[in-house]
Design a protein around this ligand. Structure first.
Ligand SMILES: [Zn+2]
Ligand SMILES: [Zn+2]
Length: 417
């Protein structure tokens, strides 16, 4: 596991939860790229190789992991690559993705490193442990095309490494892994998104992180700030963080790096992929569906609303993101009431069933219809991915990109090969 408040001086290993107790899985199928490249370790024994079973079935029973084909029955079973440099992999069938979202699905995915199986309340839990740099090759540039400028990809690797090693959130420590494989922490689809380019950029930035006051920087980022980035304390609970402070995301001529003046919508898609088909990454309009909003107020706050009367921004952050919104409404007894929605996250969640792009919007009311005119995508704190791409396309180096978004930080190499 990653240690808290400690800068590693050699490449650490990272533990990722792949199948969690909440997935309530009782059976599972695994297969190996080469079974002879794996040792099996149970709580009491070590077996030198997987005895040539390419595909194995796993069951949870009586709070134990059981593999009938290998006559194994133990509290925990590990498959450890015995020739790690050759990067053999294990394929796991039906791994959950998008837990809790309407697009939740199950996909077959392959993983480098050790696979650990254990039983929690008679459900299978799977943890993948691998060297940090191999993990970064899988996640740092997923969804990004190899034609992205190298300085931008380097920035992506350095911030992904910094965010992991700053190790702030620690949501899953009680289950003995560092992060999960989903959007709750960071989407991880095994070796699916690794490319020659991701290997190359990992080598070029090996062990590099951003630091501030001798600590690894909490390198948060979002898709697009909309022209100005947001202050940390306006989005999350906590004190100001000096390098997560609002900056103007503009070049010396005052043109926003995240704007169509630097990069058109259509060419943007060739760089960052079709994340959202009708995605408008810079400026957008959203028509509120009054019925949906009434439903959402009922679901989230148990309010019986007859009619929405007004949406009033009460507190607005430096980037234009609304951080407190008043909703004035008529209740079913025809009394005028109001509720304050606090936090940009809540505002985005309450106002749209598919999660609003950002809370940086102005409200236009035409008769009973509310139209939001918005900008940006995401919380807007720290690095703006589309702006960083714009900076790299305007010939900026990784150092100027990172010191633009995280003022006062430095790039440091904390470990070597
Ligand atoms: Zn998580
Ligand atoms: Zn921006």
């Amino acid at each position: 596991m990653l240690k808290l408040n400690q800068i590693p001086r050699k490449e650490p290993k990272i533990r990722i939860g792949i199948i969690l107790p909440r997935d309530i899985l009782k059976t599972l199928q695994l297969s190996f790229s080469d079974p002879e490249c794996y040792e099996i370790e149970t709580s009491s024994k070590i077996f030198p190789s997987c005895t040539n079973k390419k595909k194995i079935n796993i069951e949870a029973n009586d709070n134990k992991i059981i593999i009938p084909q290998l006559s194994l029955n133990s509290n925990s079973i590990k498959f450890i690559p015995s020739i790690p440099d050759d990067n053999p992999f294990v394929k796991i069938n039906k791994v959950p993705a998008g837990r809790g979202f309407h697009w939740e699905k199950k996909i077959d995915l392959s993983y480098w490193g050790t696979i650990e199986l254990s039983c929690i309340n008679n459900n299978i839990m799977v943890i993948n442990e691998l060297p940090l740099e191999n993990y970064l090759k899988c996640v740092a540039t997923s969804e990004m095309s190899a034609i992205c400028p190298q300085e931008f990809l380097k920035a992506q690797f350095i911030i992904a490494r910094s965010w992991l090693l700053a190790n702030i959130e620690r949501k899953h420590v009680h289950l003995s892994f560092d992060i999960c494989n989903d959007d709750c922490c960071q989407r991880y689809q095994g070796i699916l998104n690794t490319t020659k380019k991701s290997n190359e950029v990992s080598e070029l930035t090996f062990g590099k992180v951003i630091t501030y006051n001798n600590k690894i920087g909490d390198a948060r980022y979002s898709k697009s700030c909309g022209g100005i980035t947001e202050n940390f304390e306006n989005v999350w609970v906590g004190n100001k963080i000096p390098y997560l402070t609002s900056i103007e995301d503009k070049n010396s001529k005052g043109i926003p790096y995240c704007s169509t003046d630097i990069l058109s919508e259509s060419s943007l898609k060739t760089y960052i992929g079709n994340i959202d088909d009708d995605g408008e990454y810079y400026r957008w309009n959203y028509k509120i569906n009054n019925k949906n909003l009434i439903h959402s107020l009922k679901n989230n706050f148990s309010l019986d609303v007859k009619k929405i009367l007004e949406l009033n921004p009460i507190k607005v952050g430096a980037s234009g993101r609304i951080i407190k919104l008043e909703i004035v409404f008529l209740n079913i007894d025809d009394r005028t009431m109001n509720i304050e929605i606090i936090s940009e996250y809540q505002i985005r969640k309450i106002l749209s069933p598919s999660f609003l792009y950002s809370s940086a919007f102005t409200v236009n009311k035409i008769k009973d219809q509310f139209i939001l005119e918005g900008k940006g995508w995401g919380h807007g704190v720290g690095l703006c991915q589309i702006g960083a791409l714009g900076m790299a396309l305007s010939n900026n180096k990784v150092m100027s990109i990172l010191s633009h978004y995280y003022p006062g930080t430095e790039i440091e190499t904390i470990y070597n090969k």
